[in-house]
Design a protein around this ligand. Structure first.
Ligand code: ADP
Ligand code: MG
Length: 186
């Protein structure tokens, strides 16, 4: 079931044009700025887009220029991923799964990352995530104490899909579709 859904979602996303990716990504960045107090965070977890994933690089560059610490994931082994600082937008090499990974070896402690933007193939109304199927984010986020924000295009935000006991839900999902500012309940 999850596997079928991954195929559907990826093939739909692979059909997007470059212009569509760019325009929707720009709208999603606008929504992030509207829905979150982005200047409040000091250490922010992002990702380098793979294929047609939502491209948040313009926002990452802007935050680096403002002196914020941007961290992105690096796969260490079959089970483990950790976040490392990206000094500038070219400070990467091509790692596992063809993903661009940071050159730095100074691992950022999990508790110091204020917010993590998480890419996905689908997100559900109850904020579960469907990823590529390796479980890296589930393992990393299970004891991550701060804000987890799922990032996807509107067509990837769907009512429901089956989740497993190990799946870690997000606190918030942001797409290009306008929504209210996020309040964490306190
Ligand atoms: P994705 O989250 O990428 O869509 P899945 O949720 O299907 O992928 O997880 C893939 C695999 O990762 C699972 O089959 C499971 O074996 C493993 N996994 C996920 N979270 C954990 C965890 N907390 N501990 C051990 N294994 C896990
Ligand atoms: Mg999962």
């Amino acid at each position: 079931m999850k596997q079928e859904l991954r195929k559907t979602g990826l093939s739909r996303r692979n059909q997007m044009s470059e212009v569509e990716v760019r325009n929707l990504s720009a709208k999603i960045i606008e929504e992030i700025k509207k829905q979150l107090p982005i200047d409040k965070y000091d250490v922010l977890g992002f990702y380098m887009p793979l294929g047609n994933e939502v491209d948040l690089r313009p926002l990452m560059a802007e935050l680096i220029a403002k002196g914020k610490t941007i961290v992105i994931p690096k796969v260490l082994d079959k089970n483990t991923m950790e976040f490392y600082p990206l000094q500038d937008m070219d400070d990467y090499y091509i790692g596992k799964f063809n993903v661009r990974e940071p050159k730095s070896n100074k691992k950022m402690p999990k508790t110091k990352i204020d917010i993590i933007f998480v890419p996905g193939i689908y997100f559900s109304a109850d904020k579960y995530r469907l990823g590529f199927g390796a479980g890296y984010y589930d393992r990393y986020l299970k004891d991550y104490p701060n804000l987890k924000v799922g990032i996807c295009y509107g067509f990837q935000y769907i009512p429901e899909f089956p989740s497993d006991i190990h799946d870690v839900p997000m606190d918030l999902i942001i797409t290009e579709n306008p929504s209210h500012p996020y309040h964490d309940g306190d």
